[in-house]
Design a protein around this ligand. Sequence first.
Ligand SMILES: Nc1ncnc2c1ncn2[C@@H]1O[C@H](COP(=O)(O)OP(=O)(O)OP(=O)(O)O)[C@@H](O)[C@H]1O
Ligand SMILES: [Mg+2]
Length: 391
Amino acid sequence: MLKARKPQRRKRNLRARAEKLWKGKLGVAGSSFMRDPKKLFRELSVRGIELNQQKLVTVVEDSNDAVTVLDFDGNIKAWNKRAEKIFGYSESEALKMTIFNLVPPRLKKETLNLLHDIKSGVLVKPFETKRVAKDGCIVNIRVTVTRLIQNEKIVAVATTERDVTEYNRWLAAIKELPQRIILAQEKERSHISQEIHSDFGQSLMALKMFVCMSATEFVKENPELKLMFEKVKDQLTRIIDKARDLSHKLAPPSLKYIGLVEAIKKLVESAGYYNKLKVHFVHRKMGDVSFESKGIIIYRIVQESLNNISKHAKATETWVKAQCRNSQFSLEISDNGKGFDPAKISHTRCLGLDLMKEQAALIHGTLSIESLIGKGTKIKVIVPIKERSKK
Ligand SMILES: Nc1ncnc2c1ncn2[C@@H]1O[C@H](COP(=O)(O)OP(=O)(O)OP(=O)(O)O)[C@@H](O)[C@H]1O
Ligand SMILES: [Mg+2]
């Protein structure tokens, strides 16, 4: 007997729960569905979804989003389990509150206007905002608003609110990732450069001095070894030069000591010399600004652009133009080479251009590429910059 009655009792409980939600919590707004819930389920059935009232209650209650219902004074009329979890208020607490208990003071007027807009029929798109939880923490939420209509009149507002605090943090971290990689790369380059310069370079210098000193002694007694010692010294000098060159490429000391203009000039001259290119470097008003840490990034962009010209362009002439005007630094690196179609670049194989864009973004600038087959390539960079205060 008992067994036979159990499902019925369960059914009654569920029905009571459903009624509580639709009638009690939603108040007037829910009552039309209570009178004719079949209407809603009919619509859902048309779309092939078979739901009954209890299941719908469970959907709202177990939703992964906070679901709330408000009247137009902001009184909270419904509050599901997820809302309890996100904002920390139990259902019984929330039903005695208004939405304004959850809105940060500076957003109160905005929320009031929003309720007013919804009441007067404005369709509100999903938006992001902030709420204050019971423990005082700020929660970032994405809100979707639904108007609850009865007798062709908007009677309340239902909202689904998703906690996007973690998601936003994660998104910001992902966005910053390339720039953090660039900074880590610069740090690592500077470290390797110092190691090569001080440790490896100094050891090579010491070795060269030792060879020179020993050579004097040995050659006195064995003149036939003179040529061999000369060759060893030459070889050592070449290795030392290479090490110094590598160390400078990794972290150009010239930037610190001679400034960005001279450092770029050296880069351009060296590109011209090694690639048999006619190079032009023009600059205007570069002394009026302080580049600070942006200098190394601008230097890297010029370096990669010139690398690309030497590797791919088959150019005979290159122009580098740099100028500062109205708190803006602009840079153009162009060539008269074979050009390419930027839309056809493989972003998995080629990193240089993408990295340059990230480097420009890192210093709050923009980088654009103009290239046409047979017409050469132009890289344009714009960076906001602080002008030195004129005394
Ligand atoms: N100045 C240029 N002239 C002609 N083609 C160019 C020029 N700059 C870039 N390209 C083309 O664009 C492609 C992408 O350049 P990107 O610098 O991204 O990669 P990469 O130079 O091939 O390799 P890396 O990742 O080592 O820089 C090049 O492979 C080349 O085809
Ligand atoms: Mg490249």
